[in-house]
Design a protein around this ligand. Structure first.
Ligand code: AMP
Length: 287
C-alpha cells in the first residue's frame, strides 16, 4: 500500500509547536531545507536524515530573496504533489511549506549579513544571493528547532556560508553535508536540469567531465592550479559550453583561489548551457 503523504504545515506557529512536541515526546529532529522540485539528490538527504534522527522535517519554499531580479524565480519548477509522493515513500514526518507572505510579510526588514566566504564566486556573480540564503536558512532554523540540518555538497559555497553563519552566530544545530548525487553520465542532479533541451542536456555533462578531468590530472601528479583551470576550461569549450562564469581551484574553507595543490582543494564551475545556469564542484585530494 502506498504510504500516506506527510502532513503539510504552512503556519510558522504550527510548525514550531509540532516540532517542540516531537522533541518532548523523545524524538531527535532533522531538517532538510529545499526549494521543492525534488529529485534523488534531495531524497538522499531525507534518507540520511531518517538514518540519523527519528523525526524528519522537509521544508519546501522557493525563497524569493535569493533570486536576482533577472533570475528564474517566476519559472522555477513547482511540483508539490509529486514532491509529497516522493517524501511519503521516504517516510518524511512533516513538510513545512510556508507562503511568501508568512515568510516575508510587508513589515519584513531584517536580513543576515552573510559571512566573508559569501563574497566570492557565486556571491560575486549573484549579488545578494547568499544574503537571501543566509536569511531564509536562519529563519527556517528558528521555525524548525532541529538537532541536525542536512545540505548537499552540490551547493558547496552554500554549505560554507551556512557553516560559517552557524558558527559565527552560535546557532545550536549540527550541519551535515552529503555527497552530490549524479546521473549515470556524471551530470549533477539539479531541479534546473528540467530546463535543458536534449542538445543542452548532452552538453551539460561537460561540467562534471571537466571536474573529473581535473581529478584525474591531480591523481597523475599535476599540482599547478592554473594548469588544472586551463584543462577544465578546455573540456568545457570543447563540448560547446562557452558561457563560463567561473572555473576555480580554491581553498576548501575560504574559497580563496590557490596557486598550487599542496593540500586538498575544491574545484568549482559555474556555466550557462543555453539559458540554464548550472554549477558543480569536486574535492581534489593530492596524495
Ligand atoms: P535546492 O532545492 O536546490 O535548494 O536544494 C536543496 C538541498 O538539496 C540543498 O542542500 C542542495 O545542496 C541539495 N541538493 C541539490 N542537488 C543535489 C544533488 N545532486 N546531490 C545532493 N544534494 C543536492
Amino acid at each position: 500500500m502506498p504510504s500516506a503523504s506527510p502532513p503539510v504545515i504552512a503556519s510558522p506557529l504550527d510548525i514550531t509547536s509540532l516540532v517542540r512536541a516531537a522533541r518532548e515526546s523523545g524524538h531527535t529532529i532533522a531538517v532538510v531545507p529545499t526549494m521543492g522540485a525534488l529529485h534523488e539528490g534531495h531524497l538522499s538527504l531525507v534518507r540520511e536524515a531518517k538514518r540519523v534522527c527519528t523525526f524528519v522535517v522537509t521544508t519546501i519554499f522557493v525563497n524569493p530573496t535569493q533570486f536576482g531580479p533577472q533570475e528564474d524565480l517566476a519559472k522555477y519548477p513547482r511540483t508539490l504533489a509529486s514532491d509529497l509522493d516522493l517524501l511519503a515513500r521516504e517516510r518524511c514526518d512533516l513538510v513545512f511549506a510556508p507562503s511568501n507572505d508568512t515568510m516575508y510579510p510587508p513589515s519584513f526588514s531584517t536580513f543576515v549579513e552573510p559571512p566573508r566566504v559569501a563574497s566570492r564566486l557565486e556571491g560575486a556573480i549573484r549579488p545578494g544571493h547568499f544574503r537571501g540564503v543566509a536569511t531564509v536558512v536562519l529563519k527556517l532554523f528558528q521555525l524548525v528547532p532541529a538537532d541536525v540540518a542536512l545540505f548537499g555538497h552540490k551547493d558547496y559555497q552554500q554549505t560554507l556560508v551556512i557553516r560559517h553563519m552557524v558558527r559565527d552566530l552560535n546557532v545550536p544545530i549540527a550541519i551535515s553535508v552529503r555527497p552530490t548525487v549524479r546521473e549515470p553520465d556524471g551530470l549533477a542532479l539539479s531541479s534546473r536540469n528540467a530546463y535543458l533541451n536534449p542538445d543542452e542536456r548532452r552538453r551539460a555533462v561537460a561540467l562534471s567531465q571537466a571536474l573529473f578531468a581535473a581529478e584525474k590530472a591531480v591523481q597523475g601528479g599535476e599540482r599547478n592550479a592554473d594548469m588544472l583551470r586551463t584543462l577544465m576550461e578546455h573540456t568545457l569549450t570543447a563540448a560547446g559550453v562557452t558561457a563560463i562564469d567561473y572555473v576555480a581551484i580554491a581553498d576548501p574553507d575560504t574559497l580563496e583561489e590557490l596557486p598550487r595543490l599542496d593540500a586538498p582543494a575544491i574545484a568549482l564551475i559555474a556555466a550557462r548551457v543555453g539559458s540554464t545556469r548550472l554549477i558543480d564542484n569536486l574535492r581534489l585530494e593530492p596524495r
